[in-house]
Ligand binder design. Structure first.
Ligand code: ADP
Length: 366
């Protein structure tokens, strides 16, 4: 027999709020009730998203409805929760909405170039953008943004030291390179590196950020693990050149994101150095490293190809001069990077619509 809204209301009137001494209907907590055959949907409204009674009341509703109306009622998973107010999160990363990590199988494929230009292109869309250079083995972002000689200010707030990110091209940035001597970087391992990364994430005044782009070290390692344990990554972006050898390494790096305990979705692949275009012959394409290798890899693995970036002499020069190619949105590369940024925005949106927020990894040692 089909259920009626009246039956549902009657049962829900028996569910008491554990603290208020009133039932949830009288408190006006049940909204948008829909009954269709045996399927029941409704929304439970709470004053704040951190309300400690959310789970208890949700479970009490399911139990009461199944007890009174039978197990066939389709209610599990159909109760939506709505909070009228979000608790203010004043932690350093509290107002950072999305964090994407740019990764590669090996060094030299243009991971940092992609990270910097992606950040600049995202900022060009009007988004609030942060860029964290976590590439402990070769922090190149300060050079690429021509801020090598900057030293981020440190202020004291509520007894804690907070680092103020450097602002350039409309993005807020911090690099592990600011805190280490580049010549020391190679021996900078283990505990020191991981604690520095944690500090850059948790003790910096990032403020309101729509996208934080993290430039990871190549391959996999301690820094990757520290980051996934410290913050919830929305997704990873894999950068590769078209060569088979580079792609083989990408597979290895990608398997880290996909490990059961880490479980960070891969948003897609960027093929860098996809072809060479001489500046004087912008319509000519020379496939120096093979054609479409990363594109094929993306297709075969059900991944989105987020962008194909050609080799343009200007990229390297602009990297050296500290003016990212994406800063000129009308140049050939500016257009490629703005397309990449649009695809990343879309991929993040789809990811956020389809999957629950990533939980930072909890490491339990036996
Ligand atoms: P990774 O971070 O993977 O080690 P980088 O971004 O530092 O790689 O790039 C390595 C070198 O290749 C740099 O000198 C950079 O300027 C150059 N490079 C990267 N991408 C391109 C490109 N699309 N066209 C020309 N040069 C590039």
């Amino acid at each position: 027999m089909a259920l009626t809204t009246k039956q549902i209301f009657t049962v829900l009137r028996t569910v008491k709020h554990p603290k208020e001494n009133k039932d949830i209907i009288s408190l006006g907590m049940v909204q948008e009730l829909e009954v269709e055959g045996k399927k029941v949907n409704f929304t439970l409204v709470f004053p704040i998203d951190t309300d400690p009674n959310i789970e208890t009341i949700r479970k009490a509703c399911v139990q009461a409805l199944e007890k009174e109306l039978g197990d066939e009622i389709e209610i599990r998973g159909n109760i939506n929760i709505k909070a009228l107010q979000k608790e203010e999160d004043n932690s350093a990363m509290g107002k950072v909405k999305n964090i994407v990590a740019v990764a590669s199988g090996k060094g030299g494929v243009g991971k940092s170039t992609v990270a910097v230009n992606l950040a600049v292109a995202l900022a060009n869309t009007g988004a609030k953008v942060a860029l964290l250079d976590a590439d402990i083995y070769g922090p190149s972002i300060p050079k690429m943004l021509d801020i090598e000689n900057e030293r981020p200010q440190v202020i004291k707030e509520n007894g804690q030291e907070m680092i103020i990110p450097v602002e350039k091209y409309g993005i807020k940035t911090l690099s592990i390179g600011f805190f280490v001597n580049p010549d020391d970087a190679l021996i900078w391992r283990g505990a020191m590196a991981t604690s520095a990364i944690k500090q850059l994430l948790l003790q910096a005044k990032w403020g309101e950020i729509d996208y934080m782009v993290v430039d990871l070290p190549p391959g996999t390692g301690d820094i990757h693990l520290t980051i996934v344990q410290t913050v919830p990554l929305n997704g990873g972006i894999m950068v590769s050149t078209p060569q088979e050898v580079a792609i083989a390494d990408v597979k290895k790096a990608m398997s880290m994101f996909h490990q059961k305990t880490i479980n960070v979705p891969v948003l897609g692949v960027v093929e860098n150095m996809a072809w060479f275009t001489p500046e004087e012959l912008p319509d000519n394409k020379y496939y120096l490293f093979g054609k479409d290798g990363a594109k094929r890899f993306a297709n075969e693995n059900g991944l989105t190809l987020l962008g194909q970036i050609p080799i343009v002499q200007g990229v390297m020069e602009s990297g050296e001069k500290g003016i990212p190619a994406a800063a000129d949105a009308d140049s050939i590369l500016g257009k490629q990077f703005s397309e990449l940024a649009n695809n990343v925005v879309e991929a993040v949106k789809i990811r956020n619509d389809e999957l629950p927020p990533t939980e930072p990894v909890q490491i339990t040692r036996k």
